[in-house]
Design a protein around this ligand. Structure first.
Ligand code: 9J3
Length: 312
């Protein structure tokens, strides 16, 4: 769906096509003017809210909106050839089609060992439709190790914000990183190397380095209870526990899930990733309700640790 050109760029919660205007006769014109005044009041109310947080995008979230297969933004995509870039292996950019809501925060996502961007592609439209520019990348070689994958995530963000065809749609000051397995290990490396990042989410991350006290980026560590490739006891748990206790951090252990759970659509991963990205890339406290109080163990959550309320 395309938002109307009358939708204010800084109006949060403006649904698509909220103020569409057509030519009309005199009577309809009067009624339309009254409607326009009502709409103006709504816009001003939204504007006041936008002044508090200019980064909010999309309507107020609900349990249903954060678990839905898609958010409210229609999504376009553009592929980036590996031969047109340096420092990473190209990828696919998923972005809200509408330009009516201004620039969006962005996240780069790296796949795991031997894997391609296709292995994490479901996250592209899933996250972009909530109001982010999402860059799922390929690495230079599928055997690149976590430190290299971290550098490649950062190169991808630099390309996205400085050179890509959608650079004008991205707020280069509000960026995040995600990745699966060795891409999750790379996510930690990227956050360590670039403290200006607003959010990091390693998904069943793998890294020989178990200690991350240098990280300054709010980090959601996602592990899987039945992962035998990156077992939580030797990967996600020490990653999480080594983050500074003063940092906004969380540990989500998926219940009854293996190492490759992040490679197919997963409502629990989506719900908490959306909430974490919204909360820390968009500073959108409307999503705090899904993160605090800490989620309880359930059919899909084996364990959840974190600090509440959040401090940044
Ligand atoms: O999916 C992954 O990136 C697995 C990481 C791994 O198995 O590393 C072993 C060298």
């Amino acid at each position: 769906m395309q938002a109307s050109p009358h939708t204010s760029a800084s109006t949060p919660g403006s649904g698509p096509a909220r103020h569409r205007r057509r030519s009309r006769g005199p009577l309809l014109g009067v009624l339309a003017s009254a409607a326009a005044l009502a709409g103006l009041a709504t816009t001003l109310a939204g504007g006041a809210n936008a002044a508090e947080n200019p980064y909010e995008r999309g309507p107020a979230p609900t349990e249903s909106s954060v678990t839905a297969p898609r958010g409210t933004y229609a999504v376009s995509e553009t592929s980036v050839s590996r031969y047109s870039v340096s420092g990473f292996g190209g990828g696919t950019i998923y972005y809200p089609t509408s330009t009516a809501d201004g620039a969006f925060g962005a996240v780069a996502i790296a796949p795991g060992y031997t894997a391609l961007q296709s292995s994490i592609a479901w996250l592209g439209p899933r996250l972009a439709s909530q109001g982010f520019v999402v860059f799922t990348i390929d690495t230079r070689t599928t055997s690149d190790q976590p430190a290299s994958r971290g550098d490649q995530l950062l190169a991808a963000l630099d390309y996205l914000t400085k050179s890509s065809s959608v650079r004008g749609r991205v707020d280069g000051t509000r960026l995040g990183v995600m990745g699966h397995s060795m891409g999750g290990g790379g996510t930690l490396e990227a956050a360590k190397d670039r403290p200006s990042l607003k959010a990091a989410i390693p998904l069943t991350g793998w890294n020989l380095d178990k200690s991350w006290p240098e990280i300054k980026t709010p980090t959601l560590v996602v592990g899987a209870d039945s992962d035998t490739i990156a077992p939580v006891r030797s990967h996600s748990e020490p990653f999480y526990e080594s983050l500074p206790s003063s940092l906004d951090r969380a540990y989500l252990e998926l219940n009854n899930a293996g190492h490759f759970a992040p490679n197919t659509s997963n409502t629990t991963i989506a719900k908490y990733s959306i909430s974490w990205l919204k909360r820390f890339i968009d500073d959108d406290t409307r999503y705090e309700q899904f993160l605090c109080p800490l989620p309880k163990p359930s059919l899909t959550i084996a364990e959840y640790r974190g600090n509440c309320p959040h401090t940044s």
